[in-house]
Each structure stands twice: as C-alpha cells, then as structure tokens.
Design a protein around this ligand. Sequence first.
Ligand code: KIV
Ligand code: ZN
Length: 517
Amino acid sequence: MSTDKNRVVIFDTTLRDGEQCPGASMTLEEKLEVAELLDTMGVDIIEAGFPIASNGDFESVAEISRRTKNAVIAGLSRAAFADIDRCAEAVRHARRPRIHTFISTSPVHMKYKLQKSPETVLEMVAASVARARGHVDNVEWSAEDATRTEIDFLCRCVEAAIKAGATTINLPDTVGYTTPSEYEAMFRTVRERVPDADKAVFSTHCHNDLGMAVANSLAGVAGGARQIECTINGIGERAGNAALEEIVMAINVRRDVLPYETGIDATMLTRASKLVSAVTSFPVQYNKAIVGRNAFAHESGIHQDGMLKNNTTYEIMTPDSVGVSKTSLVMGKHSGRAAFRDKLKALGYELGENALNDAFSRFKDLADRKKVVYDEDIEALVDQEIAAAHDRMKLVSLSVIAGSHGPQRATMKMKVDGHLVTEECEGNGPVDAVFNCIQAIVPHTAKLALYQVHAVTEGTDAQAEVSVRLEDGDKAVTGRGSDPDTLVASAQAYIIALNKLQTKRNSMNAQAQPAAE
Ligand code: KIV
Ligand code: ZN
C-alpha cells in the first residue's frame, strides 16, 4: 500500500551530474529529448543543468522548464548570489521550479577548495538559502561532501538551512566513500538532532567510487531520506552516480524488505537507458544490472533448462517489467510503412511525417542488405536519423578499395550546407582513407580521441555501431553511426561528431556576442 510516508521521490540528475562527466556532453535537442522521456516515465524532479556554468546550460534549463509538463525542474547553483539569481532566471518558466543550492561542509573542502572558515560557511548556508527562497518556494540545499563532514557541524548547517527556508536537505556522498550502515546512521542522527528536521524532505546523492552508490542510497532511505538523486545508466562524475533503473527495480522487486514506492513507470527503463547511451555515446556494459544486454540472457545449459521449465528459476523480474520485448525479431523487407510506424511506436518513438519517411527508406535499404532486422537495428537507425535531422554536413555515398595491397582508397560524396562535394583520398588503412576524405571536404583541427566498433546484433550481417570522440581544444563531442558496413558507420559517426562540434562552436560564438537588451 502506498502512503505518503513510504513514497520515495526520484530526482534525476542525468542532465546535470551525468552530463558533467567527461565525454557525456549533449546538445540542446538531445537534452530536450531526454527530459521529455524522464517526464513521461514519472521522474518527480529533473535537474536540468547548472545555469551559471555557460549560456548553453542556461538555455537548456530554460527550455526544459518551458516544455516540461509534470516534473519539478531544478537548476543547480553554488552559494553565490549571482549563481542563485541566474538559476532563478532559468527555472522561472517551469510550472514547478526548484533552486538547488550547495556548499561544501567537510574540513578538507572548506580548507582547500573554499578557503573559508566553518563560521563563514555557516553564514553562507543561511544567506544562500534565504536568497533562493526570495525567488521560489521550493529550495533544496546540499552539504557537498557531507559524508566527510563532522557531524556536529553538519547538524548546525542543516539547522541553518531549514531555518532559512530549505524544503529539501541533500546529504551527498560526493566522493563515493561511505558505506550503507554509516550512511543510514548519518541520516538518523541528523534527523534526530536537528530541530524542525521534519519540515524538510531528506535526500541521498551517492557516487559510485566504491561500487556502493545504489546500496548507500537505499540505506539512506532506511535512515529516513525520502528523495533519491540518481542518473540513467548511473552516468556521472568519475565512477558515476547511483543508477536510477537499479534503485527503481530494487524497490519494485524487493518490496518485502524495501517497503517503498516510486512514481516511475519501470517499463520505460530500457528505452531511457538506450536513449541516454545513444546521445552520450557511453556504451552500457553488457552485464549492467537491469539494462545490460545480458541482463536477461541465459547461456549455460543448466540455466536454459531451468528457464524452459519455469522462468522464475533464474529470473527475479520479467524482461517486460523493464521494457525489454522478448520478440526482438520481426521486421523484414516485406514490412510496410504502417507496420514500421507501429514498430517505432512500440519502441517508444513518435516521428513526424518527414522523419518517418526518411527512416522508412533507410529501413528498406537495411532490410535489403540484412536477412533479419532486429529491434536494436531499428533503434540504432532511428537514433541516427534523429541525430542527423538538423545537421549541416551529411554523408551521401562512400566507396572504398581495401585489401592486403595498399594504399587503401576512399571516394566520398558529402552534402555541406546543401552543396554536393566529392573527394578521393588514400589512407593507411580504409578507416584512415575515409577520415582523410572528411578532412579534405571539411578541413578542421579536431583530433580523433576515440574510435570504437560494436556489433548491434549478432551474425556477420549485423549492423556495426561505431562511436567516435573528437576533441578540439577544450571541447569534446561524440558521434555514433550504424550500418551493416563498418566503414559507412565510421564515416557517419565522424560526421555526426563534426556536426555536434560545429553546433557547440556556434553556441560558443553566440555566447561571445553581447546580449541584446
Ligand atoms: O556530488 C555532489 O556532492 C553533488 C552536489 C553538487 C549535489 O553533485
Ligand atoms: Zn554529485
């Protein structure tokens, strides 16, 4: 039975803590798509970004605020008034805005990072929360590095934050150092000692440096927290944050010992995982709990035998409870447009007419080349279609001469700003020849920092999925392409990354312009 007392609020920070980790940056369109999915799946609070960090971050928090229908939209700010005011400006369009302000409270952070005395920090806690409350009613205050903070000082800070009007108190394990029993005890102590602790909702925020982020988050709830901060696929600073999908399914599957409720539609977890992996180009490890491709795969004879007799022998949850459809295969070259549209809907995509037509014609090409087309192939194809929709540069055709007698030679046609350009280049191997063609057509200074190939499905006719990371100065972007031909997928991935770099550069240039009054 769900009562207010056992309802745990899910605060997703994929777009803030998740996006902050190296290589996971997303474009505005990608963030909007992720935010829309989070809202639809029942996330209570979406932390959309850190508005003072850049104009791009500000814009995405503002746009997510305008568009989100249900969830509370939070923006992050440090304790400085300029941060808080900028954050307020970004979230003011939200139906339900929240300002999340934080300051470090541990001795090591106060001494070396802030270079401030505990008394000054305490004053800043009260002042920052009061400033945020001047803008919105919903204010979260976080004690950064709470788990390495002296408990008496932590209690004084929490008391000051509540007195100044904080409605949520977050006690992060910023460096992933705590253990479940220690974290649970910290929440119990703070909630017992601080006057008016029951006026605020307490929150967990755990990093995964020792692999205990999910266990620690659930222990925090046992200690009285009722908000969990987490990210899709557990992406985040360093080893990442607590994974949303693991928290939700631990609560759903082990209700006997975890008597809590969330508002998440768990059947959307797989879709969310795939979307975040696609837009960040962070692959999900095969054995990742809940959303890894092996999470519901049974290989050994003994396990398969058990599963055939009764699936509860080796499965503690059903694949469909997390949105994995067992019927993976089905579309082929005889499938029509209506069936394709239905399939996309089942996979969670709603495309406009033009995008649907483009995706359908690419699907037909694929079905001609590949015996069977799996759901994963269709997802890879559509993700790429979405990524390419607004791009300046597009691959038109590619042919490559490769083999044991070099040099390898590629001929490429690309459309750049609507103009068709053709180039022919040699290279030290076919991939090098392909990338040399792109360099000749679109001269650029970006360096290739990562090149990875995976098979989307099985068999020698499987689609290859290529991830490319480009770095140019302090900017890094990733692109992902898929095609049964690895070289075509490589070219697509590189061009998608170049387009992203261009978009980033344009937004940086726009930021450099003086703002029009
Ligand atoms: O890990 C952390 O402490 C944070 C805070 C800013 C909430 O991300
Ligand atoms: Zn964090």
